[in-house]
Design a protein around this ligand. Structure first.
Ligand code: NAP
Length: 264
């Protein structure tokens, strides 16, 4: 087990990539604090990890709220005595043409996808420093943080922001042995796609596979990823465990792209 005795916070852990990451970290011996706004999903993740014998806690958290971040970090320190790993995973996708995007929709996306990452990083670092063991911050960006996509300008802006924020943090806290890397998933089969689809967004049309009536991760991946299929949340969780562990001890400020060849 690569993470025995360590402690992590995983945001957006009620679903998709966050849930898979929380389970994978726990399977490596890490104590995990799962947070989300979806309490039912969060409790399910909690139960899955507990059933497998892992150490886990759950807190309701909107990542855009600073006061809650202070509480979540304090609760993690109280429960597990240390903080080694932060996975800034919570995020939303919103597909709209720029000329049709309301300021409210833009601000909401920025608040969750970018400000949430800033707040988590800001409040986790002092506890990581206190332990003296360094730490690993893993920010979930996207292939949309590497290249532009019509209809996803707001999402691309936030994910591109996460990418460079990560590199700046890597330089700022390297002396404390706190590493900070970004992960760039391609098309991963999680509920996020149905949530985007539920918005009925014409701007996403170009992501639709020919003949498909709705957004479907596998169809999108088949249309754009050389490997021809959508990844699973576990494919990203494997990368997160690697970045959390000492196997990646010489990596900071890096971009781990896991996209089936989408950006190749
Ligand atoms: P998901 O299945 O929708 O999971 C995201 C979780 O975050 C959901 O439980 C969601 O709750 C929660 N959440 C939403 N707003 C929140 C907030 N303000 N505070 C705390 N939690 C919040 O999505 P996913 O695909 O696993 O995505 C995880 C991350 O990967 C995101 O950052 C996403 O942008 C990124 N990503 C995903 C893909 C992909 O193809 N799936 C590709 C590239 C990058 P609700 O269900 O209540 O909204």
């Amino acid at each position: 087990m690569k993470l025995t005795g360590r402690s992590a916070i995983v945001t957006g852990g009620a679903s998709g990539i966050g849930r898979a990451a929380a389970i994978a970290l726990a399977a490596e011996g890490c104590a995990v604090m799962v947070t989300d706004i979806d309490d039912a999903g969060g409790e399910e993740t909690l139960a899955l990890i507990e059933k497998a014998g892992g150490t886990v806690g759950y807190r309701h958290q909107d990542v855009a709220d600073e006061a809650t971040w202070i509480q979540v970090v304090a609760d993690t320190m109280a429960a597990h005595g240390r903080l080694d790993i932060l996975v800034n995973n919570a995020g939303i996708g919103s597909g709209q043409l720029v000329t049709e995007m309301s300021l409210e929709a833009w601000n909401n996306q920025v608040a969750i996808n970018l400000t949430g990452v800033f707040l988590g990083t800001k409040h986790a670092i002092p506890s990581m420093r206190k332990g003296g063991n360094g730490g690993s911050i893993i920010n979930i960006s996207s292939v949309a943080g590497l290249e532009g996509s019509a209809g996803l300008a707001g999402y691309c802006a936030t994910k591109g922001g996460v990418r460079l924020f990560t590199k700046a943090v890597a330089k700022e806290y390297a002396a404390d042995k706190i590493r900070c890397n970004s992960v760039h998933p391609g098309i991963i089969d999680t509920p996020i796609w149905t949530k985007i689809d539920e918005g009925g967004l014409d701007a996403m049309e170009q992501l639709r596979a020919p003949g498909a009536n709705s957004l479907n991760a596998d169809m999108i991946a088949a249309a754009g990823a050389p490997l021809g299929f959508a990844g699973l949340p576990e494919d990203i969780a494997n990368g997160i465990v690697f970045l959390a562990s000492d196997d990646s001890r010489y990596m900071t400020g890096s971009e781990l792209v896991i996209d089936g060849g989408w950006t190749a």
